[in-house]
Each structure stands twice: as structure tokens, then as C-alpha cells.
Ligand binder design. Sequence first.
Ligand code: MG
Length: 245
Amino acid sequence: MQSIPRLITAAAVCFFFISSIALAQLEYKSGILWDRPERVEGAMPVCTPAPEGAVVLFDGGDITKTFDNAQNWVVKDGYAEVHGGSITSKQSFGSCKIHLEWAEPEKVVSSSQGRGNSGVYIMGKYEVQILDSYNNETYFDGQCGSIYKQAPPLKNVCRKPGEWQSYDITFTAPKFDEKGNVTRKARLTVVQNGIVVQDDFELLGGTFWYKPPVYEAHEPKLPLSLQDHGNPVRFRNIWVQEIDD
Ligand code: MG
């Protein structure tokens, strides 16, 4: 007869394997064998002040005035550091230009998707990845500058951990008919540190970790989110310019 400790150990091992299999099945991977994005050294952030008429989402002041769930983010010396959950803009946007600056944690911790992960979730659904991709291997369509699990960046222009970087994003919102079918797909151009890393890419749908991209009908305007993936990424100078369409 087996001892109780042995049975407990066997049960724990079974649970571990079953959980691992379940988790492995949950994650979606495109399976596309992308070329490695070319590495570009020396790209510099473009730190543009908010133009007239832009919606300022963060300028170093009280981030809770413009974002929900931001009460735990650490605001200091003009930046806001991820802490205590993803934040969502109080204002909704459709097609727009988004400017933001961010810095990866200076202290390098973990690897792959665990290193300096955050993200710009446009309309809360379409993620432009933020990751420390300076000497950090991960799947190419999940590295910094990617449209998550849809398109790797055209180039890897990431600066060192702790250095400020910039995104200038031009987003064309999708349109849907009354039946919920997409009639105009979303498009993204992303300029990172002054270099084009996504060139008018037509999105395949929403970006998901657990399933392939798919369009799910939604309102013409929705809030913007910044992701808390458990890493203390810093943000500054965030503004949005709406585009009429
Ligand atoms: Mg992310």
C-alpha cells in the first residue's frame, strides 16, 4: 500500500502536468516564421510637446484626472510608473494620433515577455507592444514595436533599459456594419524613436494572447489603456490628437 505522502506527491505531480498542458493549449501562437527584425543602434526618442488641440492624457500632473484605475501608479519627477493595474483613459477615441514616451526598468529582471512588458491598447483592443527588447529574445511578433501576435516591428530600434523612448502612433479605427461585420479594417503606423517600425499595417483583428486575431464589433470610439504586466515601466508626455473620419 502506498503511503499518504507518496499519494500526495503523485497527485501534485499530476496536477502540475495537467496545468502545464492546459496553459500550453491556452496560448495562441501564429506559427509564422518571421525574419529577425534588423537591429538599429542609436535611434533617439522624439519628445514632441502636445500640439494645440491635442488631448493631454499625462504631462507629469495628476494622472487620475485622465485615467481610471491610476490611483496606485507612482507619479514622480514628471513620469508615471506602472503599479497596481492597467489604466484606462476616461476619454474615448476613434482614429487618432498618439504620442507617448516610456522607459524600461533600469534594473534588468527576467527575460522574454517577462522583461519590461507593458503595452498601448488602442481602443482597449489593439496592442502595440512595449517590451525591453534590448538584448532580450522573444517571439518576433511579440517584441517591442510589434502589433502583438500579428506583425513584428520592421526594425528593432530599442534603446537601453532606463533610457527614454518614444512612440508616435497613427491609428485608423475599424468600422462595422449593423450586423457586426467589419467594413473597414483598422490600420497602424508606428514610429519608435523616430524610425518607422509599422508602416500602415492592416490589422487582422483584436490582439489576444490566447486566440488568433479576430474582429469583434465595437463602438466607434473607445478608451485607450496602458498595460500593467507586472513590470515598473515609466511613462511621460502622453497626448492624443483625434482624426476626423
Ligand atoms: Mg504587453
